[in-house]
Design a protein around this ligand. Structure first.
Ligand SMILES: Nc1ncnc2c1ncn2[C@@H]1O[C@H](COP(=O)(O)OP(=O)(O)OP(=O)(O)O)[C@@H](O)[C@H]1O
Ligand SMILES: [Mg+2]
Length: 279
């Protein structure tokens, strides 16, 4: 039985300055231990959803609960201990003058004792392989290293859930892989639930499940296979199609057949070798 760790029920939200709702009657369940990717066109409400989950904004309608806690102004700090967020811009997330101060800052806010703080700062920096940089100034780090420190700051609070809101989009391909690999390892080691908001469809293709947002509403939920079978419909929703899906389509037009409709890059390569090139 899958256990629900986060739920949104009938959630609607409108920014004061806007006429339209940024989120409209959103109903979502997120399960313990899954990697959920949220995709959707610019302005479809993804970041707004992340802000609501972390209590940076409060919904006008509906109910959100995180680890069994109903989110409201009183419970927001309890929720933030369980659900941490990493944002897009590595430069906007630093408050400390050194890497260790930065990670310690969040703990101070949560009233963690001094000894426990020293332990957790080092422990979480070790987990993201940044423990050699304790006394470095954050702005001297590379983008990928900055995001790893941001992840350490989140980990230090021992959360159950981590939300990455385009957290790798400003990094080069190597930095991006570095950060994603670390999150994948942490997910296993710390039994984290990962919610990844991303425009990177290759990354989304590796998720357990995807949610497609469209104009503030949940358009479709499904496995990568189910979502990427939507093909042209995705393009109409302002999304791209993963490379392997485009390739498979081009091969099909040349008369090749595959065992299933959606193939990951690895599966496509395997099928090409075993059933097409190896004859
Ligand atoms: N601080 C704000 N004040 C007013 N309107 C906002 C604010 N932030 C977002 N919006 C509006 O709310 C809607 C949803 O925006 P949101 O940032 O959640 O989209 P998104 O899916 O994260 O987009 P992107 O892919 O570009 O990051 C948009 O119409 C946007 O213009
Ligand atoms: Mg956004």
């Amino acid at each position: 039985m899958k256990k629900t760790i986060v739920s949104l029920e009938g959630v609607s939200f409108k920014y004061e300055s806007q006429e339209r709702f940024a989120l409209k009657d959103v109903n979502i369940r997120i399960y313990e231990g899954e990697w959920l990717a949220i995709v959707g066109h610019n302005g479809s409400g993804k970041s707004t959803m992340a802000k609501l989950l972390n209590g940076l904004q409060f919904a006008q309608n509906g109910e959100i609960s995180v680890c069994g806690i109903k989110l409201n102004e009183e419970s927001v700090w309890d929720v933030r201990e369980r659900l941490g967020m990493v944002f897009q811009n590595p430069d906007n997330q630093f408050v400390g003058t050194t890497v260790q101060d930065d990670v310690a800052f969040g703990l101070e806010n949560h009233g963690v004792s001094r000894d426990e703080m020293v332990f957790r700062v080092e422990d979480s920096l070790k987990k993201v392989k940044m423990d050699h940089f304790l006394n470095q100034e954050p702005h001297h780090l590379s983008g990928g290293q900055k995001q790893r420190v941001a992840i350490a700051s989140v980990l230090a609070l021992r959360p159950s859930i981590i939300i990455l809101d385009e957290a790798t989009s400003m990094l080069d391909p190597r930095g991006r892989e570095e950060v994603l690999d670390i999150v994948r390892d942490l997910k296993e080691e710390e039994s984290l639930t990962v919610i990844s908001i991303t425009h990177d469809l290759e990354e989304a293709a590796k998720a357990d499940r995807l949610i497609v947002m469209n104009q503030g509403e949940v358009y479709r939920e499904g496995t990568p296979e189910e979502i990427f079978s939507m093909d042209e419909e995705l393009v109409q929703l302002g999304l791209d199609i993963p490379f392997s899906v485009k390739m498979a389509k081009a091969f099909r037009q040349k008369g090749m057949n595959f065992t299933k409709h959606y193939l990951s890059e690895e599966e496509l390569v395997n099928e090409l070798w075993t059933s097409h090139f190896n004859k």
